[in-house]
Design a protein around this ligand. Structure first.
Ligand code: ZN
Length: 114
């Protein structure tokens, strides 16, 4: 993949991520309002807390992906985009097509998640 195309896709991805994060943060803010009045709805409090925790997990995943996108944009600027950050091997085009923010080859990704 050409770095110009990669940069364009990463910038779209970053805008999407920021949009999703804003929506989720808005939902979280509403949950906290409900939490403060949970005395009136004791049966609901558990599911509201679980919802807030689930949204926290999603927000955490979104912020991780945001970091990866920003790092990928930095690699474009540094001229190292498209290479595995661990072994330096050129990443296959289909991997970059699927995940333009990918930092590692599939082998090193599997190792880092193991
Ligand atoms: Zn590698």
């Amino acid at each position: 993949m050409k770095t110009d195309d990669a940069r364009a896709r990463l910038e779209v991805l970053l805008a999407d991520i920021d949009g999703s994060a804003k929506v989720l943060e808005g939902e979280n803010a509403m949950d906290f309002t409900e939490l403060s009045s949970f005395d009136q709805h004791p049966a609901d409090s558990g599911s509201i807390v679980a919802d807030a925790q689930r949204q926290d997990a999603i927000l955490h995943a979104i912020s991780d992906q945001r970091d990866q996108v920003i790092e990928a944009l930095a690699r474009i600027d540094a001229g190292t985009y498209g290479r595995c950050v661990v072994c330096g091997k050129q990443l296959p085009d289909e991997r970059l097509e699927a995940r333009p923010e990918a930092a590692r080859c599939i082998e090193d990704q599997a190792k880092s998640e193991a």
